[in-house]
Design a protein around this ligand. Structure first.
Ligand code: UT7
Length: 335
């Protein structure tokens, strides 16, 4: 059969990489710090342990290592990378950590910038980078999700500290005029409900000189209304995925893998049930890493690619959700 001519620019997925810090914080160890137990954490979240960054594992270091992995898998000459988008809420430098990763890689022909959308960050960054490729401006892009929430968790708050861990993941994507493996996407935010999950400024007033006030920098620990975030996720994620299937003319039974932001195993199970996607198709690594924020999606994907679970041409439905509140979905074909 003659190959259909494809006269638009599409996206091809070329490689993945990930990195997690070496320090392991188990549920047993957390229960020495706050009033909780392995049994409570496991049954309510599915998490057994998480990784915690040491001083050598900041977002730049982790993002760099994940990115290098992805570049090697893609077999790219580093000088051919045009764009680096780093999704993070915890940059090593508030002015942006992506250029530091660019420098460490030696990707001197790329433009690099940070994008912040909390746990939806990776998905929003993937959509952003794909649009640049489809617009014809860039050929090769690295999309990195890296977060170090351990620096901003209140380690005395048992309602939130049990959830989070540190890590990074990356995907290497490329423009092509032969096909389009970035099939469709949708994105939403609702700032009205933003108060359910925040990492707010400390907002401490000081004065420079008489009558000129300023607010000093710095952040308060994460504040979370867990029940409201839970209800938001199990309601909105199935809706945005169903809408995605509708706009792309796909159905949930055509999906090989459901790749959700790794927030809570109960959220993953509930979304899977609502979409009638069986458990075997839902990727999960919560048990080992907890919620690594912008890193969860590329981290769990990279693991599945390395284990040869995700294969060439597999259809992946993905959704990120979290603070903002923000949420989104994308349908992709691997390869
Ligand atoms: O990227 C998005 C990030 N955020 C999320 O994904 C959060 C989504 N929400 C959740 O995952 C869940 O709401 C949690 C895991 C945070 C909490 O689970 P839950 O089933 O909603 O528990 P709950 O808040 O309703 O608390 C039930 C009980 C309470 O005790 P009482 O008032 O019933 O006596 C809590 O004080 O469990 C207590 N509790 C704990 N007990 C032991 C709360 N945290 C803990 C804990 N260990 N760590």
């Amino acid at each position: 059969m003659e190959e259909k001519k494809f006269n638009q620019i599409g996206v091809s997925f070329k490689g993945s990489g990930s990195y997690v810090p070496h320090q392991i914080l188990s549920n047993q160890k957390i229960s020495q710090k706050v009033d909780t137990s392995d049994e409570w954490i496991k049954s309510r979240t599915g998490i057994s342990e998480r990784r915690i960054s040491s001083s050598e594992d900041n977002v730049t270091d982790m993002g760099y290592k994940a990115a290098l992995n992805a570049i090697q898998k893609a077999n790219w000459d580093i000088k051919t990378i045009d764009l680096i988008v780093l999704a993070t809420s915890t940059p090593h430098d508030l002015f942006g950590s992506a250029p530091s990763i660019q420098a460490k890689l030696g990707a001197s022909n790329a433009v690099a910038f940070d994008l912040t959308a909390a746990c939806s960050g990776f998905l929003f960054a993937l959509i952003t980078a794909s649009q640049f490729l489809k617009g014809g401006n860039f050929k090769r892009a690295l999309v990195i999700g890296a977060d170090q929430l351990s620096s901003f968790v209140d380690w005395n708050d048992r309602r939130s500290c049990i959830l989070f861990g540190d890590g990074a993941g990356a995907l290497a994507i490329e423009a092509t005029n032969k096909f389009d493996n970035f099939i469709g996407f949708d994105m939403r935010t609702d700032g009205e409900r933003g108060c359910f999950l925040n990492l707010p400024s400390k907002n401490i007033k000081d004065s420079i000189i008489d009558n000129i006030d300023f607010v000093s920098g710095g952040f308060s620990p994460i504040q979370m209304n867990g029940q409201e975030v839970y209800k938001f996720a199990v309601r909105e994620v199935p809706i945005i995925l169903k809408k995605l299937f509708k706009i792309t003319n796909y159905s949930s039974d055509q999906v090989d893998w459901l790749v959700l932001h790794q927030a809570n195993q109960r959220i993953l199970d509930s979304v899977g049930e609502k979409l009638k996607i069986p458990k075997e198709k839902i990727l999960s690594n919560l048990e080992k890493y907890g919620n690594t924020s912008a890193a969860t999606i590329p981290l769990v994907m990279d693991e599945a690619i390395r284990k040869n679970r995700i294969k060439q041409n597999d259809i992946i439905a993905t959704s990120g959700f979290g603070a903002g509140l923000s949420w989104g979905s994308a349908l992709i074909k691997w390869g």
